[in-house]
Ligand binder design. Structure first.
Ligand SMILES: Nc1ncnc2c1ncn2[C@@H]1O[C@H](COP(=O)(O)OP(=O)(O)OP(=O)(O)O)[C@@H](O)[C@H]1O
Ligand SMILES: [Mg+2]
Length: 524
């Protein structure tokens, strides 16, 4: 077994690793770190989630000179990844007071100009924005001695080859260059080789390309059944944190809306969103405020969100590499994961190609039946019930039980209450889709739809209180409040509805920010 302190890393870096609880290097780290420290060019290839970031970051950080001039440049294909790698490098370099700056498009350039002007040692960026800064003269590469291409194959595949070539030409010839990725298809390997000199090839990919502890399954469905199939799978799996990949931005938007309309806590990310929006979405997903992240392949590479338990391919990816990276968002750093693909009968062949290329098995499963979903709901209901019992504070309800116990058996009462609650759960889907224009509301009132997360047990008093405090509308003006397991409807006077939607959105109810919309779910 190798230990970090034997690899030749500097002392401040070793302290940071201890802080982070990294006990021993992963195989790619054990192999790449000494080679990188010795100054060799490297083409490295290791499965998703096995610590490639630290494999290049730690030797770079150990070799930095104290001067505040850009000495290392890391290029990454997406903004989110650039941001994440910069953060990781900052953490690893904390005790050496390393200056790291991310530069990526969409962020106000002023902030980047300021931090570049203050003097940095490591720049992490997307190729486009790095070129911007070079042209403006705000980023000078004369002292760059190390260049890393993270997800090199993707950047070359995306057509960044020219940009990368231009950037590399502006760096000193004697620089060290290293390429890292979980995939290195032959088609781009030749190109990749052009950027390095006598590179050491390091490959710790074992027999299969995909992460070993991620189980891979698929369901066969017709295109029309897809949405219902997805919901059924989600209801049975009840993932705490899942990423759902779609082919196009429009598909992702549509699916996101459909899921939100059905009461799931879903967020959408793709390249058409503004940068602040992309950052908000990622933050909400990372912090667990959204359970589902519907994404295009913009989120397939490199993103490290340790809690992701499920990756779902709503559309089968076009090539096996993209499949490997997508499902690599789960099962990271030795955790288990589940990768689910929904395929139409015509796409069967694609699954076979993926199986062959990745040398892994994707098991076909039967779609869960409604009975499976109901069984899972009951299980979730029992869990929620136990949680309520643990929490206590049942006095007012015990009074109700005692009152009613005069004419009924307590077991019958409990059973009836269960039936009532579980039936409400069953009704939810039809409720959403027939809701339309506020039908069912009292005259002059409008129904609002509150997404309050699952089984959070928001109570009517919480809602009345929040509307009174945040919007200033007294409780007596509020009409019926209907609470279901995932969402809630509340009737408010017509002319206050917009104020309530604005005022209540994002307010914490039982510790979770609520989403409010008119009770007309956007199902397309
Ligand atoms: N030596 C280590 N001990 C424990 N955890 C580690 C170690 N090295 C890295 N990790 C953790 O493993 C996770 C995955 O690391 P990283 O994002 O670098 O993987 P990757 O190989 O780049 O994956 P991808 O191919 O998806 O980009 C991170 O959360 C990181 O903190
Ligand atoms: Mg990575």
């Amino acid at each position: 077994m190798t230990i970090f302190s034997e690899l030749g890393l500097s002392e401040p870096i070793l302290i940071a690793l201890r802080d982070l609880g990294y006990d021993e290097p992963t195989p790619i780290q054990a192999q790449a770190i000494p080679v990188m420290l010795a100054g060799h060019d490297v083409i490295a290839h290791a499965q998703t989630g096995t610590g490639k970031t630290a494999a290049f970051a730690l030797p770079i950080l150990s070799r930095l000179k104290p001067e505040h001039v850009p000495q290392a440049l890391v290029l990454a294909p997406t903004r989110e990844l650039a941001m994440q790698v910069a953060e990781a490098m900052f953490r690893y370099g904390k005790h050496a007071s390393t200056r790291v700056t991310p530069v990526y498009g969409g962020q106000p350039i002023e902030r980047q100009l300021r931090s570049l002007a203050r003097g940095v040692q490591v720049v992490v960026g997307t190729p486009g924005r790095v070129m911007d800064h070079m042209r403006r003269g705000t980023l000078v590469l004369d002292h760059i001695s190390m260049v890393i291409l993270d997800e090199a194959d993707e950047m070359l595949d995306m057509g960044f080859a020219e940009d990368i070539e231009y950037i590399l030409q502006q760096t000193p010839n004697e620089r060290q260059t290293a390429l890292f990725s979980a995939t290195m298809p032959a088609a781009v390997l030749d190109l990749a080789m052009r950027y390095t000199r006598e590179a050491k090839r390091i490959s710790v990919v074992s027999e299969q390309l995909t992460a070993p502890r991620t189980r891979q399954v698929y369901y066969e469905v017709t295109p029309r059944e897809k949405l219902d199939a997805l919901c059924r799978v989600l209801d049975v799996e009840t993932p705490g944190s899942a990423m759902i990949f779609c082919r196009t931005r429009a598909d992702a938007d549509r699916l996101g809306e459909s899921l939100q309309g059905r009461g799931y806590m879903a967020e959408v990310i793709h390249g058409d969103l503004s940068q602040p929006m992309r950052e908000r979405v990622m933050k909400r997903f990372r912090e667990g405020q959204a359970e589902l992240l519907v994404a295009t392949d913009v989120a397939a590479r490199g993103l490290d969100i340790p809690d992701v338990t499920h990756v779902i391919n709503y559309d089968v990816p076009g090539d096996p590499e993209s499949y490997v990276h997508r499902i690599g968002r789960t099962g990271r750093a030795g955790r288990t994961g589940l990768a689910i693909s929904l395929i139409t009968p015509r796409e069967r062949r694609q699954i076979q190609i993926i199986e062959r290329t990745t040398r892994s098995r994707i098991q076909r499963l039967k779609l869960p039946s409604l009975a499976d979903v109901a069984a899972r709901r009951r299980e979730a209901f029992r869990d929620a019930l136990r949680e309520v019992l643990r929490e206590g504070e049942l006095d007012p309800y015990i009074m109700m039980v005692e009152e009613m116990a005069e004419g009924h058996e307590v077991a019958d009462l409990a059973a009836a209450a269960f039936k009532l609650l579980l039936n409400e759960v069953e009704q939810e889907e039809s409720l959403v889709s027939v809701e339309g224009d506020g039908a069912g509301a009292e005259a002059g009132m409008i129904r609002l739809f509150l997404d309050v997360g699952r089984f959070d047990r928001v109570r009517p008093a919480d809602i009345v209180g929040a509307i009174a405090n945040e919007v200033g509308i007294p409780g007596k003006q509020i009409g019926a409040i209907d609470i279901y397991d995932r969402f809630t409807f509340v009737e408010v006077p017509n002319d206050t509805a917009h104020r309530v939607v604005r005022g209540l959105s994002g307010v914490n109810l039982r510790g979770k920010p609520v989403k409010v919309s008119f009770a007309k779910p956007k199902v397309s």
